[in-house]
Write a protein that binds this ligand. Structure first.
Ligand code: FAD
Length: 391
């Protein structure tokens, strides 16, 4: 796809923003195991960076997904995985279905302030016993007059301790409808007048292997009342909407991964050019520069695959197969790149202070979150029509 000067300008200004407003603070946030989401999102919102692809009516820029992709490439220059993941939750995981199917009411109440950076959002799909098997979630939202009454819990929720609202997938039909047609997406406020909403409990901030600056929470809902008009789109269509919404999440992951891989390889080239063993730069060993060249070739191939999916998405087609392939390839490649590069940093690669050790830790999540590698393989197999019983 041909990128324009507008794409380049957006990328340049976003990188400038990251350098000035985010990167100087990242090490501290990683240590604190949280970043100030409201402060950072407000600044991003003021720059128009939280609504690039969202309707102008609600404060977005109304641009196509190629601009979102270029912005995501710029966010990969953030010196950790946690903050870009948290931003992605706001732009590409909790709001695509809302922007596409939400009523004027929910868009004004939840989308507009999220684009402005006044609200922090989160996406509530996973539960303690149901991550990969989304249809097995147990949280219920039962109609009572003009409200839904919500009971259940959500697990591993990014932005969970700070979020103002959750885009929640819940079971809204217990009359025996299929598990793909008994669910709805609902905007659930997690705060009321600055305090925790009644019936909402954040059990704990979870400690993690990586993504330290991002807060991850387990959240309980005990008879939480939400106006029924907080429903996104049609009741019973939540599973379908969430499967569509996952495509932007998966493209977001693929873009972040190829951009991060490129940076990891470039940083490793620089390090191994400076560092000498046996009287010559480590980079001058053929095994090293051949390996880095091979990895960069893989990154270019991944980029082409991902942009093929992006083009289909922009043209309104079903990008599920290519988004799944891109996510799968990107998470596996990121693990391979981070591991291979770390090796060439030697002892320094094992130190907390180097960028490659953070990439190694943070990058491990990719193959698990947002649909594990095996789930991507299942989707691809379905599109190839080779699932058991089909042969
Ligand atoms: C840091 C972090 C942040 C997250 N943020 C969010 C968030 O904001 N919102 C949200 O809703 N969720 C979030 N998640 C949850 C994440 O999406 C799930 O962890 C993920 O979908 C996997 O689900 P699970 O952990 O229940 O693994 P399980 O479903 O228990 O699966 C475990 C493993 O088994 C394998 N497996 C599963 N099914 C199959 C199969 N059919 N065939 C072969 N192998 C299989 C896979 O390797 C998988 O990794 C987050 C998770 C983490 C760790």
């Amino acid at each position: 796809m041909e990128l324009t000067t507008e794409h380049e300008e957006l990328k340049r200004s976003a990188i400038k923003f990251v350098d000035a407003e985010i990167n100087p603070f990242v090490d501290q946030w990683e240590q604190d195991e949280i970043f100030p989401a409201h402060e950072v999102f407000k600044k991003l919102g003021d720059q128009g960076l939280l609504g690039i692809t969202k309707p102008e009516k609600y404060g977005g820029a109304g641009l196509d997904y190629s601009y979102g992709a270029v912005l995501n490439e710029a966010l990969a220059t953030i010196n950790c995985g946690g903050v870009p993941m948290a931003i992605g939750v706001q732009t590409d995981m909790s709001t695509p279905a809302l922007a596409r199917f939400g009523s004027e009411h929910v868009c004004n109440e939840f989308l507009k302030p999220s684009i402005a950076g006044d609200f922090v959002s989160c996406i509530g799909v996973s539960e303690p016993h149901a991550g990969s098997d989304v249809a097995a979630i147990k949280t219920t939202a039962v109609k009572d007059g003009d409200d839904y009454v919500i009971n259940g819990s959500k697990m591993w929720i990014t932005n969970g301790t700070q979020a103002d609202w959750m885009c929640m997938l819940a079971n809204t039909d217990s009359s025996g409808a299929s598990k793909h047609l008994n669910k709805s997406l609902i905007c659930v406020p997690l705060k009321e007048n600055g305090k925790r909403a009644k019936g909402v409990t954040i059990n704990r901030k979870l400690k993690k292997l990586g993504m330290h600056s991002s807060d991850t929470a387990e959240i309980f809902f005990d008879d939480v009342r939400v106006p029924a008009r907080n429903l996104i789109g049609e009741e019973g269509q939540g599973f379908v909407y969430q499967m569509m919404q996952f495509q932007e999440e998966r493209l977001y992951a693929a873009i972040g991964n190829y951009a991060g891989c490129e940076l990891a390889i470039e940083e490793t080239i620089e390090y191994t050019r400076q560092r000498k063993t046996f009287g010559k730069p480590i980079l001058d060993n053929q095994i090293v520069h051949f390996r880095l060249s091979e990895l960069m070739t893989e990154v270019e191939a991944l980029k082409a695959l991902t942009w093929k999916g992006i083009e289909i998405h922009i043209n309104g087609g079903d990008c599920t197969k290519l988004a799944s392939m891109s996510k799968l390839k990107s998470t596996r490649l990121a693990r391979e790149v981070n591991d291979s590069c770390l090796q060439y940093w030697g002892g320094m690669g094992y130190m907390d202070e180097t960028s490659i050790s953070r990439r190694f830790r943070d990058g491990r999540l990719g193959s698990i979150g947002g649909g594990a590698d095996e789930i991507m393989l299942g989707i691809i197999s379905k599109y190839l029509d080779i699932l058991p019983g089909k042969n």
